[in-house]
Design a binder for this molecule. Sequence first.
Ligand code: COA
Ligand code: ZN
Length: 330
Amino acid sequence: MSHSAALSRVEIVEVAPRDGLQNEKTEISTADKLALISRAIAYGARRIEVTSFVSPKAVPQMADADAVCAGLPERDDVTYVGLVMNLRGAERALATGRIDQLGAVAVASDAFAHANQRQTAMGSVEVASQIVSAAKAAGKSGQVTIGAAFGCPFTGEVDEALVVEMAAALAQCGPAEIGLADTIGVADPAHVARLFAAVRAVVGDIPLRAHFHNTRGTGLANVWSAVQAGVGIIDASLGGIGGCPFAPGASGNVAGEDVAYMLARAGVSTGYDLPQMVDAAQWLGGVMGRGLPAMVSRAPLFPTGVVAASAARAAAKLAAQNDIQVSEKA
Ligand code: COA
Ligand code: ZN
């Protein structure tokens, strides 16, 4: 079976409410988080990582996980993901009754697994598998992300064979998908192509998801490389906010609007509405009190489709009024 063909449709998972906000210094209110989630649904997100169920001492920004869940819009067509790192988190997420999918985290480095969640790399595979089983037993789905898959903030290079071994072990618990995360933004497109191909070879038909941070400017190139490698699911955060509090120097996720723009221009549909995303990103910048990293939100919209057609009509009307020959002016 071949997975190397470029895809015509890609799913973007909106992770701004969790990965995007977990590292923020400014406290974001539950109401603003819910407004962000509603806007995400409006601009086309159909899977949203809404919060994490972790220690509120470890990640104060996610202390309102229950309140966020209680306020989620009732939508049959939207999958709400809750991130969890231990069974206690899984129980908390399932108890809300509002989480459709548990997102477990395994980490491909003992040092980072310990800093993040007090586990070893293979221990995190064990716990993640239990979390997926708990989700399924509760009638929900569970997926796993392998964090630090492209590099560790403490020990540097991560053995590709370890990531492949972890993915193969995780495939045994029947996850809805397996993600590879570049937690600290060190990946390059060649590494992305190689690692996804190697993981694909051991996980059968389990869907793969890519999670990139743009810390060193390689985020979009990595997204494109993943899509070319047949990865049909991409995590992104509105405005490019985000980062892990336990990875020194970590910065934002690939920006949702930048990813949606690039894919749309390349003929890959995502179902995301760019003008509405830009609008939401500008609103989010106001909430956060700063400019956000995304590029597309700071550039003029590229005139396409309806907008371009009506702009052309307006230009022709103006030209007629002024008795200008448009073709001669061009
Ligand atoms: N939800 C809420 N609190 C939790 C919890 C959970 N899922 N799991 C543990 N805790 C609390 C315990 O109640 C305890 O609190 P206390 O100090 O007030 O008694 C404390 O966390 C430590 O508990 P323990 O059972 O020893 O947990 P641990 O040390 O094995 O695990 C984690 C600690 C995993 C809970 C903690 O490291 C964590 O939440 N990390 C979050 C990592 C993260 O979100 N990273 C970013 C996303 S990848
Ligand atoms: Zn991340």
